[in-house]
Design a protein around this ligand. Sequence first.
Ligand code: 3H9
Length: 695
Amino acid sequence: MVVSLSRQGNVGIITVDHPPVNAISAAVRAGILEALAQAQADGALEALVLAASGRTFMAGADITEFAKGPAGPTFHEVCQALEAAPKPIVAALHGTAFGGGLELALCCTARVAVPSAQVGLPEVKLGILPGAGGTQRLPRLVGVAAALDIIVSGDPVAAPQAAKAGVVDALIEGDLLAGAVAYAQSLLAKGQPYRRVRDITIDPESIPADFFAAARARFAKERRNQFAPQKIVDAVEAAVVLDIDAGLERERALIAECFVHPQARALQHVFFAERQVAKIPNLAKETQSRPIAKVAIIGAGTMGGGIAMNFANAGIPVTLLEVSAEGLERGLGVVRKNYEASAAKGKLTAAQVEARMAHITPTLAYSDLADADLIIEAVFETLDVKRQVFQELDKVAKAGAILASNTSYLSIDTIAQYTTRPADVVGLHFFSPANVMRLLEIVRGEKTAPDVLATSLELARRIKKIGVVAGNCHGFIGNRMLEGYGREANLLVLEGASPAQVDKVLFDFGMPMGAFAMSDMAGLDIGYRSRKERQLTNLQARAGRVGDKLVEAGRLGLKSGAGFYDYAPGSRTPMPSDATAQIIAQVQAGEGISARKIDDQEILERCFFALVNEGLKILGEGMAYRASDIDIVYINGYGFPAYRGGPMHWAENAIGLKTLLERLQHYAAQTGAPWWTPAPLLERLVSEGRSLASI
Ligand code: 3H9
């Protein structure tokens, strides 16, 4: 039984028991209605408690039902039944009272919570809006502006804050159920009328005339291209201008619009993809991970320092090794500055800054790494340097220590060979800034032990990253795909598009910045060095030629005040550059290219189809377990808009695999470049009429 009714004296307790998160499925909705009816009919019961067992109060609607369409009693019916009940009902919150869970609680007479509980309306993260009255009841309870922020952010609110805001009526220290029953008794003692959120009125005059127009404009910027936030504004406005029943009806119409929007499907895909990603095929469930109590990082540069912060933040002691005292001091200085910047924003207290710094022990001696359970190398990106480091590690690391490389491109198998323990070697590829970016690519070498993989995944979760396992190939998943995207952006510029035109198309699509602004930010010398070190085909070399000339002219990007773009002193705003235009013209002349007008659609297709085609090759080669893992990489490591579901979801749903194949064939015929050859996997999927999820 997913819902049961028990009794404590004159208080009936309705308990939802639907692990793991008490998602409000059709059975739960029906169960609550039935328990409520029973409780109403029971003359011995004067008040009720609505609670949930297990780790959390109801964490929202059952998301797996969204794709199936409506079944069973509606949320609206359950809300109405709770709200219309003549006996007072106290919702007892613990864990995460999210979405529909909070919405049902808002239909109760009062809410009590343990201090560790969280409440929230995260529907926006699924591309929808709270459709069980949240947009109508929360503004009545906490005010219009506060409610709008909570609903559009989708972020959780801790119970103590929720109590201050009026969402929670009392915090219960100790036994929640006992506290809820006592609260129900106190309501009975006070007697009727019991307060209902629906009866609270909002005075439209109290809302500034331009409030909703300003909110729409703000979210158009902060939530660029996103559908649900605008609908949320509409819904909250309805709470102000309509009566509650008309407002609820409007909310239902608005959520219906969200449900059929492609962004909802995309974001729900991302929700499940994020949970799928940690499931490694062929990794035995009973695989024990290795304990990680102490970590060491080699290299206190930007990357090493950022990586160290992750562990310090999680309370894991970390030893930071550099070759020189100055390097160490500089690295620690940067870490401290980062923490102090967080403190200045009020995100950390001064004491927390010190506590985190105290978790980092600097050293110049490899012998100090002997007790580390995990050692991550973040040194210069050449095999020669990696060899020296791993040979040294092999001597000093204790047996069973995991030896990880933060390399972005180099072969983990080659690196593993520098040790006598290749099974302990793994790639842990962090993304810059390493203390901020959520992605961690976990690179599985040929000999990487299963428990090393399992430990890496668990560790990712511990340091609040999302770990994605990748196979060992040049650039792994993310950077391998990025190469084609960047190359096409550069070729488009040689053919006649301006960097600003290309960047605008990419930005308007939803990327945080265009390819050229990103190159300028990263520094053009990085690509320059890597091109010099590698054997390039003519076409690859051509794609890098403008970048090469810019570097040779001293335009290294943002750090030198000029790159593809010009930058005013002290400014980070890219401005179209005449000097770059001249360099482009020179390269065009040298290559015998006459510039043509390029339309935006071609830019979009060439950049993203090149990226997706490489993704399909990666998938076909088994370098990623699932297409959805690739989506997670791109969303969390490269800022691909989550509301498009990631590049693979986008290609399949917004473009269609058949159209993609035709366009790849078109570009292959047009340019002859080998990277346009369609991935064999794509050809197979199209010819067999199969989907990406089927592999
Ligand atoms: C909503 O309420 C709409 C309403 O307005 C009404 C409209 C009419 N449904 O995340 P975890 C599964 S929209 C179905 O790893 P944690 C999840 O897939 C909903 N399944 O645990 C996973 O399955 P598996 C608004 C769900 O402890 C397992 O539970 N609510 C749901 O790290 C464990 O999940 C939300 O958006 C669900 N609602 O985090 C809350 N939730 O083991 C979404 C989870 O097979 N949920 N599962 O992979 C969360 O944010 C987190 O799951 C939570 C727990 C914080 C609760």
